[in-house]
Design a protein around this ligand. Structure first.
Ligand code: ZN
Length: 183
């Protein structure tokens, strides 16, 4: 297993539509392992393969007792009820903003053994699933802000435990990309 570098806003791979996986093999399983490790190292709750530079429909989600590793995930049912909460993204480090999501979803996909699974989720897991599946279509949370002016930059405390170290050049790239998106 290995921690892979996370690509940030401004990298065109984040805006591409990821390809379906035709076979869940050792390549995909090691990708899933690396994605979990990368997500843990970054203190994240979800990660999509394009965020580690791999344009395939693969996501991982981990929150409280839930650990999901999904290949070709598809949302097949959504609740009518929605709610708004602050989201962030490992590829848009230190920016946060309010996004409306379905309160509950059913997702169909393949597990790490290539077996079809259905996942019913609500609360934060439902939100993370929607965020990660959006990544597979090149959609980012900043595209869906309930109030675009509410996007805010909040860097972690200098010595915050587990705070992800972001390269200054990368942070400048993100700021530039955001500015271009607003222009
Ligand atoms: Zn994200």
């Amino acid at each position: 297993m290995a921690v892979r570098p996370i690509v940030v806003l401004g990298n065109p791979i984040l805006r591409q539509k990821a390809k379906r996986v035709s076979r869940v093999d050792e390549f995909i399983r090691s990708l899933l392992d690396d994605m979990l490790e990368t997500m843990h190292a970054a203190n994240g709750v979800g990660l999509a393969a394009p965020q580690v530079g791999v344009p395939l429909r693969v996501i991982v989600v981990e929150y409280e007792d839930t650990r999901l590793q999904l290949v070709n995930p598809e949302i097949i049912k959504v609740s009518e009820e929605t709610d708004v909460a602050e989201e962030g993204c490992l590829s848009i480090p230190h920016y946060y903003g309010p996004v409306r999501r379905h309160s509950a979803v059913v997702v169909k996909g393949l597990n790490r053994n290539g077996k079809e699974v259905r996942v019913k989720a609500d609360g934060w897991v439902a939100r993370v699933l929607q965020h990660e599946i959006d990544h597979l279509d090149g959609v980012l949370f900043i595209d869906k802000l309930e109030d675009p002016s509410a996007l805010h930059y909040q860097p972690p405390e200098e010595q915050a435990e587990g705070a992800r170290r972001i390269d200054q050049a990368e942070q400048a790239q993100v700021a530039r990309a955001l500015q271009e998106a607003r222009a």
